[in-house]
Each structure stands twice: as C-alpha cells, then as structure tokens.
Design a protein around this ligand. Structure first.
Ligand SMILES: *Cc1c(COP(=O)(O)O)cnc(C)c1O
Length: 476
C-alpha cells in the first residue's frame, strides 16, 4: 500500500516510511492511494473474530510492508485484557472495547479502558510498539517532543514508557491540569520520560514545541519527532473499533449502524469515515462538538472557518476545545474527489488564516453521501445528559461522551442501532461529574490516591533555548 499526500506534490511512501514522520514533504497529510474494500462476504467472515484478530485483518491491509508475523505479534502484544483492564464489567475486559447497551438500539462503545482512561490509548499503545519495532530495525532513536493540555501527553507517555530507542519530552502548563491528570503524568518514574511544566498556558508550551521543531538542523541532529493526531498509524488503528462495534450490535450482513463521535481534531471520526470507505455498512456518522463548533458549522453550512485562540472557549469537555481540526483535510480530500489542486486552493486560504465556503459547490451536496451529520452541545446540555443517563440507565458518562449522547438523540432512527463512542471515563473529569450529580465518579481500581504518589517534573519558564538545552543535556 502506497500513501499519497493530500496536497499531491510529495513522493508516495509506504507505511513504515510515514510512521515516524508528521506531515508529508509538501505539507499535506498521508492518505492511502486507494481504499482496500471488504466485500460483504469478507466482512461476515470477520464477525466472530477477537479484537486482535480484527485489528490484524484491518491493519495488515494498511501496513503491508511489515512482515505478517511481526505485525501480528505487535498487535497481539498491544490489545490485551491486562492493558485495557478498566471495563465497566471487568469480566468483559478481553473484548478490549465492550459495548454497553443503554436501551434497545442505543449503545456506548467503551474506548477508555486503557491506562490513561481516554480513547487515545486505543491507538497510542500500538504506536508505542510500532515505534520501538521500527527504530530497532534501523538502529535509530527518537526524541518525541510534545505539548499537552492533558489527555494526549499522558497517553503518549504511557505508550512510550520503557520503550527502547524512544525518549519523551512532554511540555504541560504548570498548574493548569486537573490534580488527577497531573498525578497521572508526573508520577511516572521511567527514565525515558521527561515531564516539563511550563510557567504559562498550553499555547505557550505549544509555541515552544513549534519553534524547536521548526529549527530543522536541531530537529535532525537530535532526531526530534512527534506523536500528534495527524499520524496515519493512529488513525488506522482507530478504524478497528468501528468494525468491532458493528459486529457487536448487528446479527447479519447488510444491517446498518450509526455512530456518534465527540470530535475535536477530527481524528476519531475520520477513522469512522475510513471504516465506511472500507465497506462497513455505516449509515450515519454523527459529529458532535461542544461550544467550539467549527466543524458543526461546516457540516451545516459548508463554511469552514478555523478560529484563533482568542475565539476558542474553555469548556467542560476540554479535549474538544479545538478550533482548527488537523485531520479534517483528509475528509475534504475525499470530498473533492481527491483533486489535490482543489485541496491546495482551499488550504491556501486556511493556512493564511482565512476560511473557505463550499455551499455553492457540488461538493456540499455530497456530504450526505458520506453519511455525515452534526450538532453541538452546551455546558447545560452536558450536565443534563450526565444526569439523565445516570437516572435512566444507572450509567455515569464523562462530559465528552455526554456531548455525543446529546447530539446523537437528534439523529436516532427506528431499527438502526446508534453507537456512541465513549472517549473518556468520568473519573478523569471529577469536577463536572460532581456539578451534575452531586457526587464523585467512581475510580477504577489502582487509581485511588494517585495524587499522593511522588512526582517527577521539571518546572521552567517558556523559552526555546532553555528547552533545547534540556533536551541536549538528557540525550547525550
Ligand atoms: C482527544 C479527545 C477527543 C477528540 O477526538 P479527536 O480525534 O481529536 O476528534 C474527544 N474526547 C476525548 C476525551 C479526547 O481525549
């Protein structure tokens, strides 16, 4: 399988060649040059497969430059009940992503049972094993530099801890994360993990990371890499659970299922779009946003207008507080029939800080053919949804999942299962759960009292030179 760039001006590459990189050479995103399709018969043959076997069936089509036995071993090592052990019903942990039925045709897909209690563990854990494998083959090492406001950084650290050839330098805003999130990251004692708390906001940390990454000489000399959400391996690993959920709530060939996805960077729902292109009978892809509704606006009006930090609201579903969706370019590439010239025009506007409007183009009408619909929620909606879900079904959901549950309600159809992706466990967002329910969420076993563990973190002012010095001092 070859990967082309959405911008159409880079050499096609294979899976292992794009694994450690970020953007393609022309600034575009990697996309498979064509989608491998599963026929209805091939799909039915997968119906009773275990999660790792399903993952192999899907990923072997995308990563066909990794020898079969190697890929199989990497997948089997990743998707185990020991890693994804926080299922609501512990006896179902071997399903990796169990489906919880709230009522007939309304289900939650548990994606947050991994070590950091958010869905990012689903792909990031595989990425950790893939990185270690790819680096060992070439004898290289990699220094991952990133900035996090909470979920991504911890998922990356838990995926890379103890991995040979990989170090992680993760910048976070000092004092701005929840005590639980802080404890999760800073209590890691692994030698290859470096937590750097920046006296400033997330954006200050992000600016430092960008400045260091833009110094190409430094980047090359110190093998600086990233694990951001545009990474193709992450997107493709997320395709797998759409298959798993589909089989869990249908009985036979051709039945359709809709999915509702709490969205920020468009990574998770992009995987749903790809699953549909692979032949999975997905009826609707329901995109849910919070008050940061850039994507909802696009799907309703055809206008894509990314916003700046000043226009981005801090909300009670903070992992969706994103106003520029980095994976969105992948969907638009398909929507414009993979015409790179059209795509370059559109992103010329976006990259210059502008917007584009597809309303008057034939592309806009085609959005329906791709199954996309959308909606948004407010803080009050999320509190109501958390309350109602608890009262009606005895299930506590986190505020991100509540976003999707609220938006999904508008798109349910008789006889079509609606699967809501559960992207975090409520334990991660205690404050909002207390506000909604008047009590703290349950904590999975092993997470009690993590705030009291010893923490290992370096506190610094945001400065490019200081971060570079820190990296140099710790890699040599
Ligand atoms: C990252 C994240 C999201 C958003 O997912 P995208 O792939 O960026 O759209 C939603 N919910 C939670 C809890 C997250 O951590």
């Amino acid at each position: 399988m070859k990967y082309v760039s959405t911008r159409g001006q880079a050499e096609p590459k294979q899976f292992l060649d794009i694994l450690l990189g970020g953007l393609m050479e022309d600034g575009g995103l990697a996309m498979p040059e064509r989608y491998p399709r599963f026929t209805p018969d091939e799909l039915e043959a997968l119906r009773s497969k275990s999660y790792p076997d399903l993952a192999f069936a899907v990923l072997s089509r995308f990563a066909d430059d990794i020898p079969t036995e190697d890929l199989k071993a990497l997948i089997d090592r990743t998707y185990t009940a020991a890693v994804y052990c926080n299922a609501r019903d512990a006896s179902r942990a071997n399903e990796i992503t169990p489906l919880t039925t709230l009522e007939p045709d309304l289900h939650l897909l548990e994606l947050s049972n991994g070590p950091t209690l958010a869905f990012k563990d689903m792909a990031m854990q595989l990425l950790g094993n893939l990185f270690e494998y790819a680096l060992a083959r070439t004898g290289q090492s990699l220094n991952i530099l990133g900035a996090t406001s909470g979920d991504t950084g911890s998922a990356a650290e838990y995926a890379m801890r103890g991995k040979r050839g990989v170090r992680v330098f993760m910048l976070s805003p000092w004092g701005k994360m929840s005590p639980f999130q802080r404890a999760q990251m800073y209590s890691l004692q692994d030698e290859n993990i470096y937590n750097i708390a920046i006296r400033g906001m997330f954006d200050d940390a992000q600016d430092v990371v960008k400045a260091v990454s833009n110094d190409l000489t430094f980047k090359r000399e110190y093998a600086i890499g990233t694990v951001n959400s545009i990474n193709w391996a992450r997107v493709s690993a997320q395709v797998v659970y759409y298959f798993k959920a589909y089989f869990a709530c249908t009985r036979g060939a051709g039945e359709e299922v809709s999915f509702a996805v709490p969205s920020g960077n468009f990574g998770n729902i992009c995987a749903g779009h790809i699953a549909r292109q692979l032949g999975l009978p997905i009826r609707k892809l329901v995109l849910a946003t919070n008050e940061n509704d850039v994507l909802d606006e696009f799907f309703r009006t055809g206008v894509y207008r990314p916003r700046g930090t000043a226009e981005t609201h801090e909300t009670s579903s903070p992992s969706m507080d994103i106003s520029k969706a980095s994976n969105f370019e992948r969907f638009i590439f398909d929507l414009v029939d993979r015409d790179s010239a059209v795509l370059r025009d559109l992103w010329g506007e976006v990259d210059a800080g502008g917007a584009f409007d597809l309303a008057a183009t034939p592309y806009f009408a085609r959005i329906a053919d791709y199954g996309f619909v959308s909606g948004s929620s407010t803080h009050a909606d999320r509190l109501n949804t958390i309350r109602e879900t608890s009262q009606r079904y005895g299930v506590t959901v986190d505020p991100h999942t509540a976003d999707a549950l609220k938006v999904a309600a508008a798109y349910r159809e008789a006889g079509v299962p609606m699967v809501v992706l559960e992207t975090a466990l409520p334990a991660k967002f205690e404050e909002t759960i207390v506000e909604a329910l008047g009590r703290s969420p349950e904590r999975p076993a092993g997470y009690e009292g993590i705030e009291a563990l010893p923490q290992r973190v370096e506190v610094m002012d945001p400065g490019v030179a200081a971060i570079k010095r820190f990296i140099v001092a710790h890699v040599s």
